[in-house]
Design a protein around this ligand. Structure first.
Ligand code: AMP
Length: 214
């Protein structure tokens, strides 16, 4: 099955998509991760999108749709994928429908993670990850067991996303409310939308997602 995870920045889409990769064998397709890779590689796309991402605005639909279309064709997507951070505009939702029809594919479930806006700001501004293995941590809610050492790979270098500062997070939340939230109604009308409480304990959220996906 192909799944879309919807919800504002910091709602846990990325964390839960990674868990579902393991439990359900679905591939996480995060457009944010794809763009950060392009920036790290200093590709033409990376150079184009870097300032836009730093400001918390949305990258142009054309760039995103091209990235996703190519990625979906990769063999590892054959058994199903989870879209994390895409679609984010009505134009992207329309393009996705057309693209999937053209590829003979479809979306089985769209799941909105419901969260509280204020909680999002502290969730995001406190997060960091291990530079070696990518394991995510939080200053307040989820520190490494030994300070400064990754629990998983013992790495000692950690990074924070450039756009995880409070000012940019506020812009990202505005972009979500204005451009992404309206697509929830679109999927609701199609009859494939479910809602899960994203404020619950991390294991409970995962269990609820699995119950929806089946
Ligand atoms: P994320 O990692 O999903 O929080 O995305 C980080 C940033 O990447 C966003 O604030 C946007 O600037 C950009 N981005 C990611 N996905 C999209 C998308 N589907 N459409 C437009 N911009 C995106």
């Amino acid at each position: 099955m192909n799944v879309i995870l919807l919800g504002p920045p910091g709602c846990g889409k990325g964390t839960q998509a990674k868990r579902l990769e393991k439990t359900k064998g679905l591939v996480q397709l995060s457009t944010g991760d794809m763009l950060r890779k392009e920036i790290a590689e200093k590709s033409d796309v990376g150079v184009l999108v870097s300032d836009v991402m730093d400001s918390g605005q949305l990258v142009s639909d054309d760039i995103i749709i091209k990235l996703i279309s190519v990625r979906i064709d990769a063999p590892d997507c054959k058994n199903g994928f989870i879209l994390d951070g895409f679609p984010r505009t009505m134009a992207q939702a329309d393009a996705l429908s057309q693209m999937l029809t053209h590829k003979g594919l479809s979306v089985g479930k769209v799941i909105e993670l419901k969260v509280d806006d204020d909680a999002m700001i502290s969730r995001i501004t406190g997060r960091f990850s291990c530079s070696s293995c990518g394991t995510g941590y939080h200053d307040e809610f989820n520190r490494p067991r030994k300070a400064g050492v990754c629990d998983v790979c013992c790495g000692v270098v950690f990074t924070r996303r450039a756009d995880d500062n409070e000012e940019t997070v506020r812009s990202r939340l505005v972009a979500y409310r204005e451009q992404t939230a309206p697509i929830i109604a679109f999927y609701d009308k199609m009859g494939i939308l479910s809602r899960v409480d994203g404020m619950a304990d991390i294991d409970k959220v995962e269990a609820d997602l699995i119950a929806v996906i089946g």
